[in-house]
Ligand binder design. Structure first.
Ligand code: HEM
Length: 464
């Protein structure tokens, strides 16, 4: 059949060298991608200073084809190269061909299974209890900056459950310096990856600041590891113990000390903004759809009632689980799922893509594909995610945690943490938007976040 040219907008300026880059929304480039996808339907391409134009796809059908490790792979991404100074050969930025990735992957996967996660329940609950207590003490008139408290929760949760380290985000007004250093280092690495490569040499001050941040983080990571070695906690069920003492069954080797040092910012970086942004979207959506909120709260009352939440109750919170899945569909915390063509290939039987060309699935669009979700695909309807409806979805309709061997290792961790928090909050409080007219406004240098979203949490009558 006949091949079609992938459509592309005209450059809005005369600097051919920079391609479409100057035409993108400077604060949130993904806004430009959304606009173009609305306009072009399922595919378009942009010249962003790389060897080949970058392709964007927005339908389930095309994203489904990307989920094939033989045609598309995660790497050789400039973003990963620029992230290497921060994350080294940690799980996120190591190449799949790198022995360090396989070793750490094989060693750490089991702890993210149900047995490992069940042992993290108490610590996750402890941290959500700190959030509940804080909201309780501020009282019903206090305006809670939702994303800020969720960031505190998620950062503390990775710190405590993975590394046995308390950042104590709920006890200080400012964030822990490590959070700021990590954020700045990630943002600057992202900027380096998005600039035409020739320009990076001119950003000397920024690079110096990034290296300072990296050095400070490394210092704390070394200390966390050394403290554990000096004070062994044989009973601790966390990543740190496993990383220090575990032996990979295939190579018979342990992880190197340097690799462990890189896994700490890796897990914090991958695990806190994604999770906290998702939590704030869930509260935003529940507040925007009061009937859904009422149903969710009713389920919590039936399953948890006035008792303390237990691990055994979690699988019974089916409607809450559907709310989480639906929030991840409607508003994913990241913008693009990016892959590289491993060989020349044809997408959807009609679009030619070259070997090495970068193809990005636009979450906002492929997760709302009307062919899969119907004409009301923009609506928040958790019912779509209940048992049979969810199981009947065509493959790769819903994939907030990626796919293939490089899918999110922390999926179960995130789902459990979110479920615990939403259950504990709805058990205790009626949550409302502080400004009833607030409409989601997105911003984000790492994850997409709702900014200026404030809520009020009023203790429910009779709830001690
Ligand atoms: C990778 C999403 C929470 C650790 C990924 C990927 C996605 C993702 C889409 C794959 C990226 C790609 O293919 O390019 C999410 C979402 C989360 C979440 C939506 C929360 C709602 C977490 C948490 C942790 C974590 C809590 C750790 C405790 C990781 C790691 C990787 C990863 C280490 C890299 C895995 C590898 O390449 O081997 N995540 N994630 N994530 N995630 Fe998550």
């Amino acid at each position: 059949s006949k091949l079609l040219k992938i459509p592309s907008p005209k450059h809005g300026h005369y600097f051919g060298l920079l391609g479409h880059a100057p035409d993108l929304d400077p604060d949130l480039p993904v806004k430009s991608f959304w606009k173009l996808m609305d306009q072009y339907g399922e595919i378009f391409q942009l010249d962003l200073g790389m060897t080949y134009p970058r392709v964007f796809v927005g339908s389930r059908e095309l994203v489904n084809e990307m989920a094939n490790d033989e045609r598309f792979s995660k790497f050789t991404h400039r973003l990963h190269k620029e992230m290497r100074p921060v994350f080294g050969d940690g799980l996120f930025s190591a190449e799949s061909t790198d022995k360090a990735w396989w070793k750490a992957h094989r060693l750490l996967v089991p702890i993210f299974g149900s047995l490992g996660l069940s042992k993290m329940f108490d610590d996750m609950q402890d941290l959500s209890a700190q959030l509940v207590m804080k909201w309780d003490r501020f009282g019903p008139d206090h305006e809670i900056e939702c994303i800020d408290d969720m960031a505190r929760l998620a950062f503390d949760t990775v710190g405590l459950c993975a590394f046995g380290y308390r950042f104590n985000e709920f006890y200080t007004a400012d964030h822990h310096p490590f959070m700021t250093q990590l954020k700045e280092a990630i943002v600057e690495s992202g900027r380096r990856a998005n600039r035409p490569e020739i320009l990076n040499q001119f950003y000397y001050k920024e690079e110096q600041h990034r290296q300072e941040n990296i050095a400070k983080m490394k210092e704390l990571c070394k200390k966390i590891i050394q403290d554990r070695i000096d004070n062994p906690k044989s009973e601790a069920n966390d990543l740190l113990n496993l990383m220090i003492h575990g032996v990979d069954r295939e190579t018979g080797e342990k992880l190197t000390r340097e690799n462990i040092e890189y896994q700490i910012p890796t897990f914090l970086g991958a695990g806190y903004e994604t999770t906290s942004a998702t939590l704030s979207f869930i509260y935003y959506l529940l507040c925007t759809y009061p009937e859904t909120m009422a149903k969710a709260q009713q389920e919590v009352d039936e399953v948890v009632g006035d008792t303390v939440l237990t691990y055994e109750m979690l699988p019974k919170l089916k409607y809450l689980d559907a709310c989480i899945k639906e929030a991840l569909r409607i508003q994913h915390p990241s913008s693009l799922l990016t892959r590289f063509a491993v060989k020349d290939t044809v997408l959807g039987g009609k679009y030619f893509v070259r070997k090495g060309q970068m193809v990005s699935g636009v979450w906002r669009h492929f997760h709302r594909d009307p062919v899969v979700w119907g004409a009301d695909s923009d609506e928040f309807k958790p019912e779509r995610m209940l048992d049979r409806n969810f199981q009947a979805l065509p493959p790769n309709s819903w994939k907030p945690f990626g796919d293939g061997q490089r899918a999110c290792i922390g999926r179960g961790f995130a789902e459990q943490e979110i479920l615990i928090n939403v259950a504990m909050v709805l058990q205790r409080f009626d949550v409302k938007k502080a400004d009833p007219n607030y409409i989601l406004e997105l911003k984000g240098q790492m994850a997409l976040k709702c900014i200026d979203f404030k809520i009020r949490a009023k203790r429910r009558s009779g709830k001690s």
